[in-house]
Design a protein around this ligand. Structure first.
Ligand SMILES: Cc1ncc(COP(=O)(O)O)c(C=O)c1O
Length: 356
């Protein structure tokens, strides 16, 4: 496969902005970037940062079990979605195919890029199963990106690797298959990173915002074949990452912290199952969907009233009832034991009040 087949035609000759940092080779007297010479912060914040901090990159590469050349650090995986769509979709010509219901940012960035958004509707009745043949039927000649979110937000279901691979193989020279694995640490399946060598059109997104508990850091990671990573890096802003990010990434990936992360993930998974079984006993609930992430999708008898009742007691849920196929659904992030119990108590009290 030629990687240029996946790149927007009007970008084929695009070269990245040669920032002062990128251009500089070596030296000790820095007079090239219009910075102030004094380090008032005492943390070298008077200097522009390097685009991709090397040590952080190496630590991430070790964690994802791939080389640093296969990896790009971005401002959250949100930025990764934006870059991939901008790289591959020509405005007013190309299309992005998404599997609804799913995370809203895919359609958001596609619309910003003036790409048409096509949707393939998943059904809760068959556990949101993805049928490869039916997805392929929805690929148009100018479809450039197919988005698979696994585990999917907000349904919590996983897409088997065999399905991802089959789909990627069926559109090798035409589409990027973007696999968003923001929540994969909460689920037992292997990552689609293992498919990148066999399927050069797969791009995987990971993040430190979820299992690592570092949403405020804004560290997303794009993983793909080096040729695609090189292309994506051309689209990056000159200094995309704060200089303050690197030590936090390096620390988060030390063996001790990885063990702690795994323990917290196990704790969340246990709490998820416990909360799911407690919720199913409540009469106001229609369905608690199985989840492989750190949240539960729940269908209620009257979602609007439940949302308001929770809000009145300071418990904030995510209203996803306007997502296609998710009427009366709310999404619950798994909190601490106390937070989950607070939610349950609000629901129990609400149920009692309804019965009176
Ligand atoms: C599926 C999915 N992908 C990506 C993101 C964005 O994550 P980040 O914080 O890395 O930008 C989210 C955030 O909720 C998400 O649910």
């Amino acid at each position: 496969m030629k990687v240029t087949a996946l790149i927007r035609k009007d970008l084929q000759d695009f070269t990245h902005y040669a920032s002062a940092r990128r251009q500089a080779k070596q030296g000790t007297v820095w007079l090239n970037a219009n910075e102030l010479p004094w380090d008032v912060s005492q943390a070298q914040l008077n200097r522009y940062p390097t685009g991709q901090p090397e040590q952080a990159k190496q630590c991430l590469a070790n964690y994802y079990d791939i080389s640093p050349q296969h990896l790009l650090i971005t401002r959250g995986s949100d930025e990764g979605i934006d870059l991939i769509i901008r790289l591959s979709c020509q405005a007013y010509q190309d299309r992005v195919l998404i599997l609804q219901p799913t995370f809203s940012m895919y359609a958001f960035y596609a619309t910003l890029q003036a790409a048409t958004v096509d949707t393939y509707q998943l059904s809760p009745d068959d556990g949101f199963t993805v049928d490869v043949d039916r997805v392929v039927q929805n690929i148009q000649p100018n479809t450039k990106v197919i988005v698979l979110c696994s585990p999917n937000n907000p349904t919590g279901h996983c897409i088997p690797l065999i399905t991802i691979k089959a789909l990627a193989k069926r559109c090798t020279d035409q589409c990027i298959v973007l696999v968003d694995e923001a929540y994969i640490e909460f689920c037992e399946t292997d990552s689609a990173v293992t498919l990148i060598e066999q399927c050069p059109n797969i791009i995987v997104l990971r993040t430190l915002s979820k299992a690592f508990g570092l949403a405020g850091l804004r560290c997303g990671v794009v993983l793909a074949q080096p040729a695609l990573i090189d292309w994506l890096s051309k689209l990056l802003a000159p200094y995309p990452l704060s200089s303050l990010i690197e030590p936090h990434i390096v620390q988060a990936l030390q063996p001790k912290r990885l063990t702690a992360m795994q323990q917290q993930v196990n704790q969340i998974k246990h709490a998820r199952e416990q909360l799911a079984s407690q919720l199913t006993t409540l009469s106001m609930i229609q369905t608690v969907y199985p989840s492989f992430a750190n949240f539960l999708l729940v269908r209620w008898r009257q979602a609007g009233n439940i949302y308001d009742a929770c809000q009145q007691h300071g418990v904030i849920l995510r209203d996803v009832s306007s997502f296609p196929g998710l009427t009366d659904c709310l999404r619950i992030s798994i909190g601490t034991e106390m937070e989950n119990q607070t939610l349950l108590q609000v629901l129990i009290d609400y149920g009692r009040w309804q019965d009176e």
